[in-house]
Write a protein that binds this ligand. Structure first.
Ligand code: GRG
Length: 310
């Protein structure tokens, strides 16, 4: 995994990120012990949870918590929960009934290693554990009202207002003829606001909720995260075009084949890059009202996402 150092804001982003990723990995490791019963399922959970993901979502969660004045440890269960939801969505996305991918992060996908039956149960177990982790944040002194609000936020990001809606739109749109650029762009934005941005938004917002943020702070962070979430996908689409298929770790560049709608297909690579930069500028604007000494991690995270190479 390559982390790009952002020289801006006089902030050592690389060591910040490595440090946060290590803490998140430790917490995920602790949350999924390899014990009885169902050792196989636990092994499969750990396979996807601890297999070199960038952990952008949990870091957003922790950074938002600290920005609003909370203790980082207060948001750790929510940070783990969001990575569990993300892992479950990757397992499902790779299944033969969905994208039918055999490689993820350059390694065999969960169902290729453990079988489809175990992969489906692993996805279910990860979602259940995510809810459990989040709900038990009350033991860290977070009020039940805040915990409930965070659980609702996360649930919405998964269901018919989030990931599921995005995936369903993605499936229904395959092979669809969307002749006009406007209609194509609208369809594409719907997919990515739901499939990708919703979870980055929930990660950031739940961090701010757990950290004791005010309604105003939470909403500003929501707007920041929505821009960052969409930008994440625009960059992802550009990387899909600019990287070779073996670097992508996908099945023979499957995603590059005709039916998949992407930003470069709708607006070209150059315009897509400009769009990502515009979303980055907009994301930063939503952070203006915060203490400038404290926003460095979130500013650098946005820069990292826009400049990332994988
Ligand atoms: C079971 C929770 C659940 C959802 C069902 C399958 C589905 C609905 C939605 C698919 C969502 C999906 C896979 C979206 C793609 C999001 C995306 C950009 C993934 C890549 O994220 P990175 O780059 O991955 O952060 P790493 O590998 O770094 O963790």
């Amino acid at each position: 995994r390559r982390l790009t150092s952002t020289a801006s804001h006089n902030f050592e982003f690389m060591s910040y990120m490595v440090n946060k990723i290590n803490s998140v990995n430790k917490a995920l490791d602790k949350a999924t012990p390899l014990c009885k019963p169902v050792v196989k399922i636990r092994e499969a959970m750990r396979y996807t949870l601890l297999s070199g993901g960038k952990h952008v979502r949990p870091v957003l969660c922790l950074a938002a918590c600290v920005l609003v004045g909370g203790q980082e440890s207060t948001a750790m269960p929510a940070a783990c929960a969001v990575e569990m939801i993300h892992a479950s969505s990757l397992i499902q996305d790779d299944l033969p009934c969905m994208d039918d991918d055999s490689l993820r992060r350059g390694k065999p996908t969960n169902h290729k290693v453990f079988g489809e039956d175990i992969a489906v149960l692993t996805r279910d177990a990860l979602i259940a554990l995510a809810v459990e982790k989040m709900a038990t944040s009350t033991s860290l002194g977070v009020s039940p009202e805040r915990v409930l609000r965070a659980v609702v936020e996360m649930a919405k990001a998964v269901g018919t207002e989030g990931l599921v809606a995005g995936q369903a739109a993605d499936l229904s749109g395959e092979g669809m003829s969307l002749e006009e650029d406007g209609a194509r762009l609208e369809h594409l934005e719907f997919i990515h606001i739901h499939k990708t941005a919703a979870l980055l938004e929930a990660a950031t917002v739940t961090g701010a909720i757990m950290g004791g943020g005010s309604d105003g702070e939470i909403e500003r962070l929501r707007k920041y995260a929505r821009c960052v979430g969409l930008m994440f996908q625009v960059v992802d689409d550009v990387l899909d075009v600019t990287k070779s298929s073996d670097e992508l770790g996908k099945t023979a560049g499957k995603d590059l084949i005709a039916s998949k709608l992407t930003y470069p297909k709708v607006m070209g690579v150059e315009k897509s890059r400009e769009y990502a930069d515009e979303l980055n500028r907009e994301a930063r604007e939503h952070l203006h009202a915060f203490d400038s000494a404290k926003v460095a991690p979130l500013l650098s995270l946005a820069d990292y996402i826009v400049n990332r190479q994988n």
